[in-house]
Design a protein around this ligand. Structure first.
Ligand code: GLY
Length: 406
């Protein structure tokens, strides 16, 4: 017995990357830091919980959003992950409050982002705390979301009408790669309701996206615009990436995560193969830095890519990394490792997690978020090299997947 105990404790002292911590200590120290930062964010917004933390301003104060912003579900989601990871009731109490301010989103069909807004708040409350009243909210949200699906395009419309960067090209049915992240909510709605209409639309959307968003090398366009009547592709472009033909880093991560989740629900091997090909594109990319935290676009320094936006090559932050892209990819790779049994994906996911924890943590002026150094949208000159609530959300999700992995 004694010998077995010694052997087990030796096993647990497997040091993580260069940080030299064992797994448990690594997780604990990240949770301790998250506790401090989220406690500050909760205290700062407790008088008006309609204000939802998203990032910080230059002076370090919180920049909040209202509930119809696409990022409104992540703060509640962060708190649900804290509850799941620590078991501490205080996080559950607060997560419930921050979830229920989003109540009316379930009836909203104004854009596609309800998967993030409701899936990451009500969806997690249902999964982690078994709150039964949240299940119909997930189903009602799916009902609102599928109003944006059309049999002509065989895809869910992401945004409403808008123009491309050239200010001439009009998009009537723009679908962005980020939309893959809504499919989880649809699959969950089918499981809850027993009605497969949501999952059928999710699977069809994934198939359409495979066909039109992806290039031969398994990188993807950010935006594909469809003819609303014939369903023909009218434009392939970017909105937040460097160039129309480049690989915007967060978009590659959304796609990877999206196909991994499609395989989780459908067990259709073509989704697994597709996810592995995207993973290969990301992990083997010649511009992927050693620490596996990508620049905000894989092609930002490459020839052959022309920016349509007001591009300043001397912008002092042009070489910014995007921690959010690494956090999303890390979480997806943990799941891909389980699905394939390929330990390399777990090693890469761990490496991303350790890099984020060691080198991309909040700077001293960031009192509210775990991570720093993400990029919201470079072309819009918005949120460059800052903390973002969704980077923290996927970091915590990756931490949980890491904790639960063997
Ligand atoms: N879904 C918007 C973004 O990734 O910036």
């Amino acid at each position: 017995m004694k010998f077995k105990g010694v052997f087990l404790s030796m096993l647990s002292i497997v040091l993580l990357g260069s940080c030299g911590m064992d797994k448990e200590t690594f997780i604990e120290s990240n949770l301790e830091f998250a506790d401090q930062q989220f406690t500050n964010a909760i205290n700062e917004t407790k008088e008006d919980i309609d204000l939802i933390p998203r990032t910080i301003k230059e002076d370090g104060s919180l920049k909040n959003v209202k509930k119809y912003n696409w990022t409104s579900g992540f703060f509640a989601g962060d708190l649900w992950y804290m509850y799941k990871l620590t078991g501490d009731q205080k996080w559950k109490t607060e997560a419930i409050k921050r979830t229920e301010v989003l109540d009316t989103i379930q009836y909203w069909s104004g854009n596609h982002d309800v998967g993030f807004m409701i899936g990451d708040s009500y969806g997690l409350g249902y999964r982690f705390a078994g709150i039964k009243a949240y299940a119909p909210v997930v189903v009602q949200t799916a009902e609102s979301l599928i109003k944006r699906y059309s049999d002509n395009t065989k895809a869910i419309k992401s945004w409403n009408y808008r123009k491309a960067w050239d200010k001439k090209t009009e998009w009537f049915y723009p679908v962005i790669i980020d939309n893959m992240m809504n499919l989880e909510l649809l699959y969950e709605a089918s499981i809850i309701s027993g009605d497969d209409k949501y999952s059928k639309i999710a699977t069809q959307h994934a198939l359409t996206t495979m066909k039109h968003h992806y290039r031969k090398d398994y990188s993807c366009y950010h935006v594909v615009d469809y003819d609303t009547i014939t369903g023909a592709v009218k434009d392939k472009a970017t909105c937040q990436g460097f160039a129309d033909n480049s690989a915007w880093s967060r978009g590659q991560a959304w796609g990877l995560y999206g196909y991994v989740l499609c395989y989780r629900y459908t067990k259709d091997k073509q989704f697994l193969d597709f996810a592995e090909n995207i993973a290969k594109y990301i992990l083997d990319h010649p511009n992927m830095p050693e620490d596996l935290v990508p620049y905000w676009d894989y092609n930002v320094f490459d020839k052959g890519y022309k920016a349509e936006w007001n591009y300043d090559p001397n912008h002092k932050l042009i070489g910014s990394k995007d921690a959010s892209a690494a956090a999303i990819a890390s979480s997806a790779l943990f799941e891909l490792a389980d699905q394939t049994g390929n330990a390399t994906y777990r090693e890469k996911a761990e490496k991303m997690l350790v890099s984020l924890s060691e080198k991309y943590k909040a700077r001293p002026n960031n009192k509210y978020f775990i991570l720093d150094h993400s990029v919201g949208s470079f072309p819009h000159n918005g949120e460059i090299d800052v903390p973002l609530s969704y980077a923290d959300y996927y970091f915590l999700e990756a931490l949980l997947r890491y904790k639960e992995s063997k």
